[in-house]
Design a binder for this molecule. Structure first.
Ligand code: PLP
Length: 393
Protein backbone atom coordinates (compact mmCIF):
# COMPACT_ATOMS: atom_id res chain seq x y z
CA UNK A 1 0.00 0.00 0.00
CA UNK A 2 1.38 3.35 -1.03
CA UNK A 3 0.18 6.58 0.51
CA UNK A 4 -0.47 9.90 -1.18
CA UNK A 5 2.98 11.42 -0.74
CA UNK A 6 1.65 14.85 -1.68
CA UNK A 7 0.54 15.14 1.93
CA UNK A 8 4.21 15.54 2.80
CA UNK A 9 4.22 18.75 0.77
CA UNK A 10 1.42 20.48 2.65
CA UNK A 11 2.89 23.29 4.67
CA UNK A 12 2.11 22.86 8.35
CA UNK A 13 0.03 25.82 9.40
CA UNK A 14 1.13 26.99 12.81
CA UNK A 15 -0.77 30.25 12.53
CA UNK A 16 -3.73 29.66 14.83
CA UNK A 17 -1.91 27.22 17.13
CA UNK A 18 0.92 29.75 17.62
CA UNK A 19 -1.62 32.48 18.35
CA UNK A 20 -3.34 30.24 20.92
CA UNK A 21 0.00 29.32 22.50
CA UNK A 22 1.12 32.94 22.81
CA UNK A 23 -2.25 33.99 24.26
CA UNK A 24 -2.20 31.12 26.79
CA UNK A 25 1.35 31.94 27.87
CA UNK A 26 0.47 35.58 28.30
CA UNK A 27 -2.66 34.88 30.35
CA UNK A 28 -0.78 32.49 32.62
CA UNK A 29 1.28 35.39 33.95
CA UNK A 30 -1.35 38.11 33.56
CA UNK A 31 -4.54 36.54 34.79
CA UNK A 32 -5.87 39.96 35.87
CA UNK A 33 -5.78 41.32 32.31
CA UNK A 34 -8.75 40.96 29.97
CA UNK A 35 -7.74 39.79 26.52
CA UNK A 36 -9.96 40.84 23.60
CA UNK A 37 -9.87 38.59 20.56
CA UNK A 38 -10.29 40.36 17.25
CA UNK A 39 -8.66 37.58 15.31
CA UNK A 40 -11.55 35.17 15.00
CA UNK A 41 -13.00 34.27 11.62
CA UNK A 42 -16.08 32.67 13.16
CA UNK A 43 -19.39 34.38 13.78
CA UNK A 44 -20.55 34.96 17.36
CA UNK A 45 -24.23 35.93 17.00
CA UNK A 46 -26.69 33.02 17.26
CA UNK A 47 -29.02 31.81 14.52
CA UNK A 48 -31.93 34.18 13.96
CA UNK A 49 -35.45 33.32 15.14
CA UNK A 50 -36.85 32.59 11.67
CA UNK A 51 -34.14 29.95 11.16
CA UNK A 52 -34.55 28.40 14.61
CA UNK A 53 -38.33 28.15 14.12
CA UNK A 54 -37.82 26.44 10.75
CA UNK A 55 -35.26 24.02 12.24
CA UNK A 56 -37.69 23.13 15.02
CA UNK A 57 -40.64 22.56 12.76
CA UNK A 58 -38.54 20.50 10.33
CA UNK A 59 -37.40 18.37 13.29
CA UNK A 60 -41.06 17.81 14.16
CA UNK A 61 -41.72 16.74 10.57
CA UNK A 62 -38.88 14.22 10.80
CA UNK A 63 -40.44 12.72 13.94
CA UNK A 64 -43.79 12.18 12.28
CA UNK A 65 -44.56 9.13 10.13
CA UNK A 66 -46.49 11.15 7.54
CA UNK A 67 -43.83 13.79 7.02
CA UNK A 68 -40.63 11.85 7.74
CA UNK A 69 -37.99 11.99 4.98
CA UNK A 70 -35.10 9.67 4.29
CA UNK A 71 -32.42 10.17 1.66
CA UNK A 72 -32.97 13.44 -0.16
CA UNK A 73 -31.73 14.62 -3.55
CA UNK A 74 -27.93 14.81 -3.27
CA UNK A 75 -27.85 18.15 -5.07
CA UNK A 76 -30.39 19.70 -2.68
CA UNK A 77 -34.15 20.15 -2.37
CA UNK A 78 -35.92 22.31 -4.96
CA UNK A 79 -37.49 24.46 -2.23
CA UNK A 80 -34.02 25.77 -1.29
CA UNK A 81 -32.56 25.88 -4.80
CA UNK A 82 -35.55 27.95 -5.95
CA UNK A 83 -34.98 30.45 -3.13
CA UNK A 84 -31.31 30.75 -4.10
CA UNK A 85 -32.31 31.21 -7.73
CA UNK A 86 -34.58 34.10 -6.66
CA UNK A 87 -31.80 35.54 -4.50
CA UNK A 88 -29.54 35.71 -7.57
CA UNK A 89 -32.38 37.14 -9.66
CA UNK A 90 -32.44 39.94 -7.05
CA UNK A 91 -29.05 41.05 -8.34
CA UNK A 92 -29.92 40.44 -11.98
CA UNK A 93 -28.36 36.99 -12.33
CA UNK A 94 -30.46 34.42 -14.14
CA UNK A 95 -29.75 30.83 -13.13
CA UNK A 96 -31.53 27.56 -13.66
CA UNK A 97 -32.33 25.39 -10.66
CA UNK A 98 -30.18 22.54 -11.90
CA UNK A 99 -27.15 24.84 -11.98
CA UNK A 100 -27.38 25.25 -8.19
CA UNK A 101 -26.01 22.51 -5.92
CA UNK A 102 -26.63 22.64 -2.17
CA UNK A 103 -23.55 21.81 -0.09
CA UNK A 104 -22.57 21.54 3.54
CA UNK A 105 -20.55 24.73 3.12
CA UNK A 106 -18.12 26.41 0.77
CA UNK A 107 -14.99 24.75 2.16
CA UNK A 108 -16.05 21.22 1.24
CA UNK A 109 -17.00 22.12 -2.31
CA UNK A 110 -13.90 24.26 -2.86
CA UNK A 111 -11.91 21.11 -2.17
CA UNK A 112 -14.27 18.57 -3.76
CA UNK A 113 -14.60 20.41 -7.07
CA UNK A 114 -11.01 19.46 -7.81
CA UNK A 115 -12.26 15.94 -8.58
CA UNK A 116 -13.36 17.35 -11.94
CA UNK A 117 -9.94 18.56 -13.03
CA UNK A 118 -6.86 16.83 -14.34
CA UNK A 119 -3.96 16.46 -11.94
CA UNK A 120 -1.62 18.20 -14.36
CA UNK A 121 -3.54 21.47 -14.44
CA UNK A 122 -1.69 24.46 -13.08
CA UNK A 123 -3.30 26.59 -10.40
CA UNK A 124 -3.12 30.34 -9.86
CA UNK A 125 -3.80 31.70 -6.38
CA UNK A 126 -3.34 35.15 -4.90
CA UNK A 127 -0.83 35.74 -2.11
CA UNK A 128 -1.98 36.40 0.64
CA UNK A 129 -4.60 33.66 0.41
CA UNK A 130 -7.24 31.61 2.25
CA UNK A 131 -5.08 28.48 2.78
CA UNK A 132 -7.73 25.94 1.65
CA UNK A 133 -7.07 26.70 -2.06
CA UNK A 134 -3.40 25.91 -1.67
CA UNK A 135 -3.66 22.88 0.58
CA UNK A 136 -6.37 21.08 -1.43
CA UNK A 137 -4.36 21.40 -4.63
CA UNK A 138 -1.15 20.40 -2.92
CA UNK A 139 -2.87 17.23 -1.67
CA UNK A 140 -3.71 16.45 -5.30
CA UNK A 141 -0.15 17.16 -6.43
CA UNK A 142 -0.93 20.20 -8.58
CA UNK A 143 1.56 22.93 -9.35
CA UNK A 144 0.64 26.23 -7.72
CA UNK A 145 1.61 29.61 -9.07
CA UNK A 146 1.20 32.67 -6.89
CA UNK A 147 0.12 36.13 -8.01
CA UNK A 148 1.10 39.08 -5.88
CA UNK A 149 -1.60 40.93 -4.04
CA UNK A 150 -0.05 43.99 -2.43
CA UNK A 151 -0.56 47.67 -1.71
CA UNK A 152 0.46 48.52 -5.30
CA UNK A 153 -2.60 46.73 -6.70
CA UNK A 154 -4.86 47.41 -3.69
CA UNK A 155 -4.57 43.68 -2.91
CA UNK A 156 -6.62 42.97 -6.06
CA UNK A 157 -4.30 41.31 -8.57
CA UNK A 158 -5.36 41.44 -12.22
CA UNK A 159 -4.55 39.00 -15.04
CA UNK A 160 -1.09 38.98 -16.49
CA UNK A 161 -0.63 37.47 -19.97
CA UNK A 162 2.77 36.14 -18.86
CA UNK A 163 1.29 34.13 -16.01
CA UNK A 164 -1.05 31.46 -17.40
CA UNK A 165 -2.83 28.80 -15.40
CA UNK A 166 -5.73 26.39 -15.89
CA UNK A 167 -7.48 26.95 -12.56
CA UNK A 168 -7.74 30.46 -11.12
CA UNK A 169 -8.94 31.20 -7.60
CA UNK A 170 -10.57 34.53 -6.85
CA UNK A 171 -12.13 35.49 -3.53
CA UNK A 172 -14.15 38.70 -3.29
CA UNK A 173 -14.78 40.16 -0.73
CA UNK A 174 -11.45 38.72 0.17
CA UNK A 175 -10.29 36.77 3.17
CA UNK A 176 -7.87 37.91 4.61
CA UNK A 177 -7.69 41.40 3.08
CA UNK A 178 -11.34 42.47 2.80
CA UNK A 179 -10.59 43.84 -0.70
CA UNK A 180 -13.47 43.70 -3.22
CA UNK A 181 -13.18 43.50 -7.00
CA UNK A 182 -15.32 45.87 -9.04
CA UNK A 183 -17.11 44.82 -12.24
CA UNK A 184 -14.43 46.13 -14.60
CA UNK A 185 -11.74 44.20 -12.76
CA UNK A 186 -13.75 40.99 -12.73
CA UNK A 187 -14.51 41.44 -16.43
CA UNK A 188 -10.75 41.38 -17.06
CA UNK A 189 -10.51 38.05 -15.27
CA UNK A 190 -13.50 36.63 -17.13
CA UNK A 191 -12.10 37.69 -20.52
CA UNK A 192 -8.69 36.29 -19.59
CA UNK A 193 -10.15 32.94 -18.52
CA UNK A 194 -12.34 32.62 -21.63
CA UNK A 195 -9.44 33.52 -23.90
CA UNK A 196 -7.09 31.01 -22.28
CA UNK A 197 -9.55 28.19 -21.69
CA UNK A 198 -9.10 28.45 -17.93
CA UNK A 199 -11.65 28.07 -15.17
CA UNK A 200 -12.23 30.62 -12.39
CA UNK A 201 -13.20 29.24 -8.99
CA UNK A 202 -14.95 32.22 -7.46
CA UNK A 203 -15.37 32.24 -3.70
CA UNK A 204 -18.17 34.62 -2.72
CA UNK A 205 -18.55 33.46 0.90
CA UNK A 206 -18.59 37.09 2.07
CA UNK A 207 -20.85 38.59 -0.63
CA UNK A 208 -23.52 39.39 1.98
CA UNK A 209 -21.27 42.13 3.38
CA UNK A 210 -21.38 44.12 0.13
CA UNK A 211 -23.54 47.20 0.49
CA UNK A 212 -22.51 49.17 -2.60
CA UNK A 213 -24.93 48.24 -5.38
CA UNK A 214 -22.25 48.86 -7.99
CA UNK A 215 -19.95 46.17 -6.61
CA UNK A 216 -20.56 42.64 -7.91
CA UNK A 217 -21.87 40.13 -5.35
CA UNK A 218 -21.54 37.30 -7.82
CA UNK A 219 -19.18 36.60 -10.71
CA UNK A 220 -22.29 35.86 -12.76
CA UNK A 221 -23.02 39.59 -12.83
CA UNK A 222 -20.16 39.71 -15.34
CA UNK A 223 -20.88 39.03 -18.99
CA UNK A 224 -19.16 35.91 -20.28
CA UNK A 225 -18.70 34.33 -16.83
CA UNK A 226 -21.07 31.40 -17.45
CA UNK A 227 -18.52 29.78 -19.74
CA UNK A 228 -15.55 30.10 -17.39
CA UNK A 229 -16.58 30.31 -13.72
CA UNK A 230 -17.87 28.23 -10.84
CA UNK A 231 -19.14 30.09 -7.78
CA UNK A 232 -19.02 28.94 -4.15
CA UNK A 233 -21.18 30.59 -1.54
CA UNK A 234 -22.30 29.91 1.97
CA UNK A 235 -24.83 30.56 4.72
CA UNK A 236 -21.93 30.57 7.22
CA UNK A 237 -21.29 34.28 7.46
CA UNK A 238 -24.58 35.38 5.90
CA UNK A 239 -26.75 33.70 8.54
CA UNK A 240 -24.42 32.29 11.20
CA UNK A 241 -24.40 28.74 9.81
CA UNK A 242 -20.73 28.00 10.63
CA UNK A 243 -21.84 25.23 13.01
CA UNK A 244 -25.08 24.34 11.22
CA UNK A 245 -23.43 23.85 7.79
CA UNK A 246 -25.03 24.83 4.53
CA UNK A 247 -23.84 26.49 1.36
CA UNK A 248 -24.17 26.22 -2.39
CA UNK A 249 -22.16 25.95 -5.57
CA UNK A 250 -23.21 27.22 -8.97
CA UNK A 251 -21.99 25.16 -11.92
CA UNK A 252 -23.39 26.62 -15.12
CA UNK A 253 -24.53 24.36 -17.95
CA UNK A 254 -22.44 26.49 -20.31
CA UNK A 255 -19.23 25.13 -18.79
CA UNK A 256 -18.03 22.77 -21.51
CA UNK A 257 -14.38 21.72 -21.51
CA UNK A 258 -12.99 19.05 -23.84
CA UNK A 259 -16.60 18.28 -24.87
CA UNK A 260 -17.54 17.47 -21.29
CA UNK A 261 -20.16 19.31 -19.25
CA UNK A 262 -18.83 20.31 -15.85
CA UNK A 263 -22.43 20.59 -14.65
CA UNK A 264 -23.09 16.93 -15.54
CA UNK A 265 -19.75 15.86 -14.09
CA UNK A 266 -20.43 17.67 -10.82
CA UNK A 267 -23.92 16.11 -10.57
CA UNK A 268 -22.32 12.69 -11.13
CA UNK A 269 -19.65 13.41 -8.57
CA UNK A 270 -22.14 14.59 -5.94
CA UNK A 271 -24.63 11.79 -6.46
CA UNK A 272 -21.77 9.30 -6.12
CA UNK A 273 -19.84 10.72 -3.19
CA UNK A 274 -22.27 12.96 -1.27
CA UNK A 275 -25.61 12.25 0.38
CA UNK A 276 -26.82 15.81 0.54
CA UNK A 277 -27.38 18.28 3.35
CA UNK A 278 -29.89 17.24 6.04
CA UNK A 279 -33.51 18.17 5.27
CA UNK A 280 -33.73 19.97 8.62
CA UNK A 281 -30.72 22.16 7.80
CA UNK A 282 -32.03 22.95 4.32
CA UNK A 283 -35.35 24.05 5.86
CA UNK A 284 -33.37 26.31 8.22
CA UNK A 285 -31.50 27.74 5.23
CA UNK A 286 -34.74 28.27 3.33
CA UNK A 287 -36.02 30.42 6.22
CA UNK A 288 -33.07 32.80 5.67
CA UNK A 289 -34.88 33.97 2.52
CA UNK A 290 -38.27 34.56 4.18
CA UNK A 291 -39.14 38.23 4.79
CA UNK A 292 -38.57 37.80 8.57
CA UNK A 293 -35.35 35.85 7.94
CA UNK A 294 -34.04 38.57 5.64
CA UNK A 295 -34.83 41.25 8.20
CA UNK A 296 -33.24 39.30 11.04
CA UNK A 297 -30.02 38.39 9.23
CA UNK A 298 -29.71 42.01 8.06
CA UNK A 299 -29.72 43.07 11.72
CA UNK A 300 -26.92 40.63 12.50
CA UNK A 301 -24.89 41.72 9.49
CA UNK A 302 -25.39 45.37 10.49
CA UNK A 303 -24.07 44.52 13.94
CA UNK A 304 -20.82 43.17 12.46
CA UNK A 305 -20.61 46.07 10.00
CA UNK A 306 -20.91 48.53 12.89
CA UNK A 307 -18.00 46.76 14.62
CA UNK A 308 -15.97 46.95 11.41
CA UNK A 309 -16.67 50.67 11.13
CA UNK A 310 -15.51 51.29 14.71
CA UNK A 311 -12.23 49.54 13.99
CA UNK A 312 -11.73 51.23 10.64
CA UNK A 313 -12.50 54.68 12.10
CA UNK A 314 -9.90 54.40 14.86
CA UNK A 315 -7.26 53.30 12.35
CA UNK A 316 -8.15 56.19 10.05
CA UNK A 317 -7.93 58.59 13.00
CA UNK A 318 -4.38 57.45 13.67
CA UNK A 319 -3.35 57.39 10.01
CA UNK A 320 -2.88 53.64 9.88
CA UNK A 321 -3.13 52.38 6.31
CA UNK A 322 -5.84 49.77 5.98
CA UNK A 323 -8.38 48.31 3.59
CA UNK A 324 -11.51 46.18 4.05
CA UNK A 325 -14.07 46.64 6.78
CA UNK A 326 -16.53 48.34 4.44
CA UNK A 327 -17.87 45.44 2.41
CA UNK A 328 -16.22 42.80 4.51
CA UNK A 329 -15.89 41.67 8.12
CA UNK A 330 -12.09 41.81 7.74
CA UNK A 331 -9.85 44.82 8.24
CA UNK A 332 -6.36 44.51 6.81
CA UNK A 333 -3.88 47.02 8.17
CA UNK A 334 -0.25 47.84 7.67
CA UNK A 335 1.64 47.39 10.93
CA UNK A 336 2.80 50.78 12.20
CA UNK A 337 6.51 51.71 12.31
CA UNK A 338 7.40 49.01 9.79
CA UNK A 339 6.82 46.32 12.37
CA UNK A 340 6.67 42.74 11.16
CA UNK A 341 3.34 40.93 11.54
CA UNK A 342 4.36 38.82 14.56
CA UNK A 343 6.16 41.76 16.15
CA UNK A 344 2.93 43.77 16.00
CA UNK A 345 0.99 40.77 17.33
CA UNK A 346 3.25 40.61 20.42
CA UNK A 347 3.19 44.37 20.81
CA UNK A 348 -0.61 44.52 20.91
CA UNK A 349 -0.94 41.50 23.17
CA UNK A 350 1.62 42.73 25.70
CA UNK A 351 0.52 46.37 25.79
CA UNK A 352 -3.24 46.41 25.30
CA UNK A 353 -4.20 42.72 25.24
CA UNK A 354 -5.74 42.73 21.79
CA UNK A 355 -5.36 39.63 19.68
CA UNK A 356 -5.42 39.79 15.89
CA UNK A 357 -4.05 37.60 13.11
CA UNK A 358 -0.56 38.21 11.70
CA UNK A 359 -0.81 38.79 7.95
CA UNK A 360 2.34 36.75 7.29
CA UNK A 361 0.31 33.64 8.16
CA UNK A 362 -1.57 34.05 4.85
CA UNK A 363 1.46 34.26 2.57
CA UNK A 364 4.69 36.15 2.02
CA UNK A 365 2.90 39.31 0.87
CA UNK A 366 1.06 39.40 4.19
CA UNK A 367 4.31 40.17 6.03
CA UNK A 368 4.06 43.57 7.71
CA UNK A 369 0.26 43.39 7.68
CA UNK A 370 -2.32 42.38 10.26
CA UNK A 371 -5.95 41.16 10.10
CA UNK A 372 -8.64 42.28 12.53
CA UNK A 373 -12.19 41.00 12.34
CA UNK A 374 -15.57 42.42 13.23
CA UNK A 375 -17.07 39.13 14.45
CA UNK A 376 -16.56 39.91 18.15
CA UNK A 377 -19.23 41.37 20.43
CA UNK A 378 -20.01 45.08 20.14
CA UNK A 379 -18.94 45.66 23.77
CA UNK A 380 -15.57 43.97 23.29
CA UNK A 381 -14.98 45.68 19.96
CA UNK A 382 -15.77 49.07 21.49
CA UNK A 383 -13.42 48.39 24.39
CA UNK A 384 -10.69 47.23 22.00
CA UNK A 385 -11.13 50.37 19.93
CA UNK A 386 -10.86 52.57 23.05
CA UNK A 387 -7.66 50.80 24.00
CA UNK A 388 -6.29 51.22 20.48
CA UNK A 389 -7.24 54.88 20.46
CA UNK A 390 -5.35 55.61 23.70
CA UNK A 391 -2.41 53.44 22.78
CA UNK A 392 -1.90 54.67 19.22
CA UNK A 393 -1.67 58.26 20.48
N1 PLP B 1 -14.15 30.75 1.83
C1 PLP B 1 -13.55 31.67 2.59
C2 PLP B 1 -12.78 32.76 1.95
C3 PLP B 1 -13.63 31.60 3.99
O1 PLP B 1 -13.02 32.52 4.75
C4 PLP B 1 -14.36 30.55 4.57
C5 PLP B 1 -14.48 30.41 6.01
O2 PLP B 1 -13.95 31.11 6.83
C6 PLP B 1 -14.94 29.62 3.72
C7 PLP B 1 -14.82 29.74 2.36
C8 PLP B 1 -15.65 28.42 4.28
O3 PLP B 1 -16.96 28.65 4.51
P1 PLP B 1 -17.93 27.48 4.96
O4 PLP B 1 -18.17 27.67 6.42
O5 PLP B 1 -19.14 27.68 4.13
O6 PLP B 1 -17.28 26.16 4.67
Amino acid sequence: MKVNKNYQNIAQSYLFSTIAKKVNEFSEYNSDKKIIKLGIGDVTLPLCKAVVDALKSASEEMGNKETFRGYGPEQGYDFLKDKIKDYYAGHSVKLESDEIFISDGAKSDLGNILDLFDKDNTVLVPDPVYPVYVDTNTMAGRKIIYMDANADNDFLPLPNENIKADIIYLCSPNNPTGAVYNKEQLKKWVDFANKNGAIILFDSAYECFITDKNLPRSIFEIEGSKTCAIEFCSFSKMAGFTGTRCGWTVVSKDLIFEDMSLNKMWLRRQTTKFNGVPYIVQKGAEAVFSPEGQKQIAQNLDYYKENAKLISDVLTKHNIWHIGGKHSPYIWLRCPDNMKSWEFFDYLLENIQIVGTPGSGFGKNGEGYFRLTSFGSFENTREAVERLDKFLK
